[in-house]
Write a protein that binds this ligand. Structure first.
Ligand SMILES: *[C@@H]1O[C@H](CO)[C@@H](O)[C@H](O)[C@H]1NC(C)=O
Ligand SMILES: *[C@@H]1O[C@H](CO)[C@@H](O)[C@H](O)[C@H]1NC(C)=O
Ligand SMILES: *[C@@H]1O[C@H](CO)[C@@H](O)[C@H](O)[C@H]1NC(C)=O
Ligand SMILES: *[C@@H]1O[C@H](CO)[C@@H](O)[C@H](O)[C@H]1NC(C)=O
Ligand SMILES: *[C@@H]1O[C@H](CO)[C@@H](O)[C@H](O)[C@H]1NC(C)=O
Ligand SMILES: *[C@@H]1O[C@H](CO)[C@@H](O)[C@H](O)[C@H]1NC(C)=O
Ligand SMILES: *[C@@H]1O[C@H](CO)[C@@H](O)[C@H](O)[C@H]1NC(C)=O
Ligand SMILES: *[C@@H]1O[C@H](CO)[C@@H](O)[C@H](O)[C@H]1NC(C)=O
Ligand SMILES: *[C@@H]1O[C@H](CO)[C@@H](O)[C@H](O)[C@H]1NC(C)=O
Length: 884
């Protein structure tokens, strides 16, 4: 069993979250400086060297351990350590009182010499890469008032000695790898105003009772850990508490219990964030929390009924109750005008994924002006919600899956020029789209997918950030694209599954930011315009199932960021060019399936070290198979999830903002276990080679056996001759092997029986001979797996081998029998997660296109879900191995 899993949080995730935090913290710290009387004094005492030698030596030792502090040193001009960058001394004694080294790219361990700085009041090492344990001796710095170790790699438990720092006012240990219980001694910090232990992921156990002694506490943040239980009674003493953030822990109490502990403290609470726990019960009355500005109870297990009113919460700005239907319990209720009528200050409302019915009277005039409205999968329809008409400040609107089967009223498009996110997807909205080119002043992302919009795509805003019009009935050409300005950060374009046709416009040089293009399932025709080669940020180009023809433009070789090329089911022709292998070395998926490519497969294809899905089937390819399969490292090397390795290939690689991966969906049609299916995002979990239905000749190269990570191999319907390679038993992950309809001869290698995961086997229509090797596995396949090999004998074939009189029934095995076409949770699935994580992640969350709260959860709380997914995967993997 896996007991402890350490997750290396990639820096880039941290950046996402930390960005805001850093800003906030900087502001906070600036506020503290005058309070602490730290900074100002030192500057005036110009020429005199104040620096105390012993402290200077301590700093130099610290420098040694932490490397790069070039401005510190022993040289002539650097004598006064009080003038070193980040160092502040006090005026009188010349003692170092403040060390502010945040975001200095320091690494290594912290030298114990730091403890010489006995006058230190302020220590900020945040945003570096320090590792190791937090020194227990830090407690000897008894004057310390501010200790900020945020965003480093400190591990191990929180030293309880920190509880001795009785002057501490500010303690931030967030974004580290701290684990274990929170020491109750922290409760002794009665001067502490700010405590942040969030994003350590592995702090566990209950919240110590002693926290109630931190009577000065204003901000408490314990989010993203594994704390259990509820909130201790002692919190009644925390009368100054303004913000309590405990999101994404394992709190299990009834919500009303928790509020009970809190409501007895004087009601200064402004922020209460308990999202992502397992809180149960109904929504209580919040009347006593009249100062509340932000209330987030999303992703818990709260259920109905919803009371008449949330109470008068005149200051409430942010209300999030989304995602409480994850279990069978759900709010099931009707929200009417009355529920919201007291929320005068509301700006942010999220009730998504609760199956709530929003039943507002048609003339309702809401008392608030919302900026963000997220009502995904609330029932608002069948008519387009009229009350929106008075909300003129919306920047972010999501009414997807709301059961609207109306046309969009024309006032809607003039509602709020500041709109920058619009999601109407998964409704049954019909009719035409008007000219939107001048409706919005800001950059805007639009998702109208899965509706019934018809006719031409009109001119759209020129500063789009993403556009998803997939799964509608838009027709005609897409010349509107040429009017989108090149300055926009337009990165995602999905027009798949419409009725679009005609040639692609030749203006792609205007769309340089595009990273993802999906035009699957339309009827575009003609050759790809050469300007497509100017898309130098493009990572996924999906053009499956159209009527494209001609050769691939050579300019495509400039798109070196490409990870996915899916051109399947078109009429492309020409040879497979060497530059695909030489230039597009980041490819993970290359599908040219079902086109008219001819010629031999170039050896250069072997430069594709990251390739996971190579599908060249159903073309006119001839010649021999390339002899360099062992160069497909992603298919050769084991990346089984162990320890921290998985995050080397992270979802965030090269991603600069959330939307970059939010809207990225890729899918491809693959042949999986004999059926052609669209596997959506699960594609990335698959490692397969399909060269079937071509005219390939020669032998199967020995090197194929080195593809020990390959899950599916289809070489059927070619003219391959020679023997099945003896070493095939090395390909331990194989679940599907189809070598049928070739000219393979000789005996079936006995090592085939070693492929324990093998689930689909087809060797029929060859010239194989001899006895089918005995193993419960190989005999459990249907006889058709071996048929049309005249010289093959033995079970399960009816023909007995010479000298074999009676056939003893082998024990019936359930293994190897094809149970379920959709079964995807197999060892191959998990093992292939290594490199496939980028796509694989979406494999689990992305496929549920229209009715899952998970994607949303992902977007909001990506770390936790990632964490969860990883842990689940590792556990299942362990289980799988045990069961073998
Ligand atoms: C710290 O708190 C504990 C209770 O958690 C108490 O027993 C102890 O006396 C306190 N120590 C100091 C130095 O205040
Ligand atoms: C913890 O909560 C505080 C107060 O709400 C907030 O300012 C801070 O940014 C949070 N910390 C992190 C790491 O998100
Ligand atoms: C937290 O909850 C998750 C999901 O319910 C569970 O798998 C995990 O073991 C819990 N952690 C602790 C420390 O209880
Ligand atoms: C729009 O809403 C649907 C359904 O809630 C969701 O699946 C999709 O991801 C959303 N689109 C964007 C761009 O967030
Ligand atoms: C191909 O696209 C057409 C629409 O152009 C669609 O009707 C058809 O189902 C698609 N075929 C596959 C296999 O997806
Ligand atoms: C697709 O377009 C081609 C011409 O470019 C046409 O011949 C064909 O009928 C169209 N297919 C469909 C399904 O509309
Ligand atoms: C295959 O890998 C070998 C060894 O890494 C390397 O020398 C060779 O150039 C590669 N061949 C191709 C075609 O990538
Ligand atoms: C292999 O490919 C052929 C033709 O491309 C297909 O008919 C067959 O079903 C595939 N085999 C498997 C096991 O998917
Ligand atoms: C089948 O294999 C035998 C050797 O086992 C060989 O003599 C024969 O020519 C092969 N037949 C065909 C049609 O390839």
């Amino acid at each position: 069993m896996v007991t402890k899993i350490i997750i290396m949080l990639p820096k880039s995730i941290q950046l996402l979250h930390v960005f805001v935090v850093v800003v906030v913290l900087s502001l906070l710290l600036l506020n503290y400086i005058p309070v602490l009387g730290l900074s100002s004094g030192g500057v005036e005492a110009a020429n005199k060297i104040r620096c105390i030698e012993r402290e200077k030596q301590a700093l130099l030792k610290f420098k040694e351990a932490a490397n790069i502090l070039s401005s510190w040193g022993n040289e002539e001009d650097k004598q006064d350590c009080c003038k070193w960058r980040g160092v502040h001394c006090n005026n009188h004694g010349g003692h170092v009182t403040m060390l502010d080294l945040h975001d200095w790219y320091l690494s290594g361990k912290i030298s114990p010499s730091l403890l010489e700085l006995q006058h230190l009041k302020y220590l900020d090492l945040s945003g570096n890469s320090f590792e190791g344990r937090i020194l227990e001796l830090i407690a000897s710095l008894s004057r310390l008032q501010v200790l900020n170790l945020h965003s480093n790699y400190f591990g191990g438990p929180i030293p309880h000695q920190i509880g001795n720092l009785s002057n501490l006012r500010y303690l931030d240990l967030s974004f580290n790898h701290l684990e274990g219980p929170i020491p109750h001694q922290l409760g002794n910090l009665s001067n502490l105003r700010y405590l942040d232990l969030s994003f350590n992921f592995y702090l566990e156990g209950p919240i110590p009772d002693a926290f109630g002694n931190m009577i000065s506490l204003v901000h408490l943040n314990l989010s993203f850990n594994q704390l259990e239980g509820g909130i201790p009674k002692s919190f009644v003493n925390l009368s100054r508490l303004q913000s309590l953030e405990m999101s994404f822990n394992n709190l299990t109490d009834e919500l009303s219990e928790i509020l009970h502990q809190l409501s007895r403290s004087e009601n200064s609470l402004q922020t209460l964030n308990l999202a992502g726990n397992q809180l149960s019960g109904t929504l209580p009355d919040f009347t006593r929390f009249s100062s509340l500005r932000e209330l987030d109870l999303s992703y818990n297990q709260l259920n109905g009924p919803i009371r008449e009113s949330f109470g008068p919460l005149p200051s409430l700005v942010h209300l999030d109750l989304s995602g409480n239907q994850i279990t069978s319990n759900s709010f099931q209720g009707i929200i009417s005008d009355a529920h919201l009528s007291n929320l005068y200050s509301l700006q942010y409302l999220d009730l998504s994924f609760n199956q709530l019915v929003l039943n507002f009277s048609s003339d309702w005039d809401p008392p608030f002006q919302l900026r963000q409205i997220s009502l995904a999968f609330c029932k608002l329809g069948p008519y387009f919600p009229k009350w929106l008409r008075k909300q003129n400040k919306i920047s972010n609107l999501d009414i997807s899956g709301a059961g609207i089967s109306d046309t969009v009223p024309s006032w809607f498009w003039d509602l709020s020029p500041e709109l920058n996110f619009l999601n109407l997807s998964c409704n049954q909205i019909n009719g035409l789209l008007p000219d939107l080119s001048s409706k919005f002043t800001d950059a805007i992302g639009i998702d109208l997918s899965s509706n019934r919009f018809t006719c031409q795509i009109p001119p759209l805003p020129s500063n789009l950030t993403f556009l998803n019009l997939s799964k509608n009935m838009f027709s005609g050409s897409i010349s509107f694209l040429c009017a989108i300005s090149s300055t926009a950060a337009f990165s995602h374009l999905d027009l798949s599954s419409n009725l679009l046709s005609g040639r692609l416009p030749n203006c792609w040089e205007h769309l340089k930011a595009l990273a993802f293009i999906n035009l699957d399932n339309n009827n575009f025709s003609g050759a790809l315009p050469s300007s497509i080669g100017s898309l130098n940020a493009i990572e996924a180009l999906q053009l499956r199932n159209n009527s494209f023809s001609g050769r691939l433009p050579n300019s495509l070789n400039k798109c070196v960021q490409l990870k996915i090329i899916d051109l399947a089911q078109n009429r492309f022709t020409g040879k497979i060019q060497a530059w695909i292998g030489i230039r597009l070395t980041r490819l993970i998926v290359l599908s040219l399936r079902s086109n008219k490519f001819y010629g031999s497969i170039p050896q250069d294809i072997c430069y594709l070290n990251y390739i996971q899905v190579l599908d060249l089937s159903q073309n006119d390819l001839s010649g021999k198979l390339p002899q360099c399969f062992s160069n497909f490292s992603a298919l050769v090397q084991s990346n089984s999830p162990k320890g921290t390795t998985i995050f080397k290939y992270t979802v965030y690689e090269g991603v600069t903002n959330v939307s970059d991966f939010l809207y990225y969906e890729s899918n491809a049609l693959v042949q999986w276990k004999g059926q052609e299916r669209e596997y959506g995002k699960q594609l990335g979990l698959l490692k397969m080679i399909d060269l079937s239905s071509n005219k390939l000749t020669g032998k199967i190269p020995q090197q194929v056996a080195s593809l020990t990570e390959l899950v599916s191999l289809n070489l059927s319907r070619n003219n391959l001759a020679g023997r099945i390679i003896q070493e095939i038993g090395q390909m331990k992950m194989l679940e599907t092997l189809d070598l049928s309809a070739n000219r393979l001869s000789g005996e079936i290698p006995t090592s085939l029986a070693d492929l324990t995961f093998l689930d689909v086997l087809n060797l029929s229509n060859n010239n194989l001979s001899g006895k089918i090797p005995s193993s419960t596995q190989l005999q459990s396949f249907d006889a058709s797996a071996y048929s049309e090999n005249p010289k093959l004998c033995g079970r399960p074939l009816p023909s007995k081998c010479p000298g074999e009189e009676t056939i003893v029934e082998p024990p019936i095995s359930t293994k190897g029998i094809q149970e379920d076409e959709d079964r995807f949770i197999t060892s191959g699935f998990y093992v292939s997660m290594g490199i496939g994580f980028t796509l694989g992640f979406w494999g689990v969350f992305g496929t549920m296109l229209c009715n899952s709260p998970f994607r949303y959860a992902y977007f909001k709380f990506l770390d936790r879900i990632q964490n969860w997914f990883y842990v689940t995967a590792v556990l299942n993997m362990a289980r799988l191995q045990r069961n073998l």
